[in-house]
Design a protein around this ligand. Structure first.
Ligand SMILES: [Zn+2]
Length: 333
């Protein structure tokens, strides 16, 4: 037996088989244990990690995503408040550069106030506007023909009306508005000639027309205020010759166009009641004209409310701006 045992146990083959069996068993045990632990670990790692993963996701959702949201929200907010300021400023600096440029081409049609002057400055210098602030400090009752060669005569210069409430004489208001119109037209690039810039002059209506003729006025603007016995009458109007005026009928169309543009723009700018265009051949200062002419009756100083408007500095600015706009429109700027 010992021999057998020895033989048996000393048999290398047996040893290897035994070791192989033992190893196999160990391996199987270890594998089964590993599987169990794997399952356990898997179950734990699948359940727990899933939960953890969910939590992570939740955490991510609650922390990261919100943070991103916050960032998304905050950044936009920041961008909307700060960046836009940064971007808008460039945009503002660029846009003004960009918009004005397009406006230079488009705006003249759309924005009349800002662009027209620019266009005007290009072409307005070709045009001479003669402004006649009506009347003067002292009227001149000497007579003069109402038209070249006419036997009908009128006072050279009437004294004009006076504000029923303001007590301001018409010649003061006409010069105030005339000087404002002069400045506005010059700003817009026009050539401007004033019939008078002080009250102390003595220039007849026929002479005023001849000054405009000699200067070659492209538009002759005669500024006046109205006055009647009825204090309820109000509104602005312009006047020019009739189509059949024997002295200056050939300037009827242009004068009419000038009158329409000026009264419409002036009333639009001021809110004054638009009484439209009156045509008359009784005005010396029109009949003597060989240039386009309009008399602007800015309103009734016999009406208390209109009187107080006509002597008001800011309202006069509106009147002058409106007149200038009408002149712009007349020249199709
Ligand atoms: Zn007058």
């Amino acid at each position: 037996m010992a021999f057998m045992n020895n033989v048996f146990f000393n048999n290398k083959y047996f040893k290897m088989v035994t070791l192989g069996i033992l190893l196999t068993m160990v391996l199987m045990l270890s594998v089964s244990c590993g599987k169990k632990t794997d399952k356990k670990s898997k179950s734990t790692t699948t359940s727990a990690p899933v939960n953890e993963a969910k939590e992570d996701i939740v955490d991510n959702l609650e922390t990261e995503t919100p943070e991103e949201d916050i960032e998304d929200v905050e950044n936009p907010v920041v961008e909307e408040t700060e960046a836009p300021i940064v971007t808008e400023k460039p945009v503002v600096t660029q846009a003004p550069v960009k918009t004005p440029e397009p406006q230079k081409t488009t705006a003249p049609v759309k924005t009349q106030e800002t662009m027209k002057p620019q266009k005007k400055s290009a072409n307005a210098s070709d045009h001479l506007i003669v402004i006649d602030p009506g009347h003067q400090a002292k009227g001149n009752n000497e007579k003069e023909p109402v038209a070249p060669g006419s036997s009908t005569t009128k006072a050279k210069v009437a004294s004009g009306t006076t504000g029923v409430s303001s007590k301001v004489p018409e010649y003061v208001v006409t010069l105030q508005v005339g000087l404002k119109l002069r400045d506005i037209l010059k700003e817009r690039g026009y050539q401007v000639k004033m019939i008078r810039e002080t009250h102390d002059v003595n220039i007849s209506n026929a002479e005023r027309a001849q000054i405009a003729n000699d200067a070659g006025a492209d538009a002759f603007i005669r500024i006046h205020c109205n006055g009647v016995d009825n204090s309820s009458v109000r509104g602005a109007l312009t006047m020019n010759q009739t189509k059949n005026n024997p002295y200056c009928g050939e300037y009827y169309s242009l004068s009419r166009k000038l009158s329409e543009n000026v009264i419409d723009s002036m009333c639009a700018a001021t809110g004054l009641k638009n009484k439209g265009v009156s045509e008359t051949d009784t005005m010396s200062g029109i009949n003597w004209c060989t240039v386009p002419v309009t008399i602007v009756e800015m309103g009734f100083m016999s009406n208390p409310e209109e009187d107080m408007l006509l002597v008001d500095d800011s309202f006069q600015n509106k009147i002058a701006e409106g007149m200038a706009d009408g002149i712009d429109n007349y020249f199709n700027y």
